[in-house]
Design a protein. Structure first.
Ligand SMILES: [Zn+2]
Length: 61
C-alpha cells in the first residue's frame, strides 16, 4: 500500500486534469509539497491527507 494517495478526480469540479501542486521557494526553486495537487480545470489547489486509521467495524446487537 502506497503512502501517497493519487487523486483521480478533482474533489471540487470532478475533472481529471490533476497535477502535483508546485510552489516556488524563497530561493526560487520549485517544489511540490507531499499530497498537494492542483486542478487545471477549476484552478484550485488542495491537499490530501490521511487522518488516521479507522477501527474495524464491529457487529453490534
Ligand atoms: Zn477542479
Amino acid at each position: 500500500m502506497s503512502e501517497r494517495a493519487v487523486p483521480y478526480h478533482c474533489p471540487y469540479c470532478g475533472d481529471v486534469d490533476l497535477r502535483p501542486h508546485e510552489v516556488a521557494g524563497e530561493d526560487g526553486s520549485i517544489s511540490s509539497p507531499p499530497g498537494t495537487w492542483e486542478c487545471r480545470s477549476c484552478l484550485r489547489a488542495f491537499s490530501l491527507r490521511m487522518l488516521g486509521m479507522l477501527n474495524r467495524p464491529t457487529t453490534r446487537r
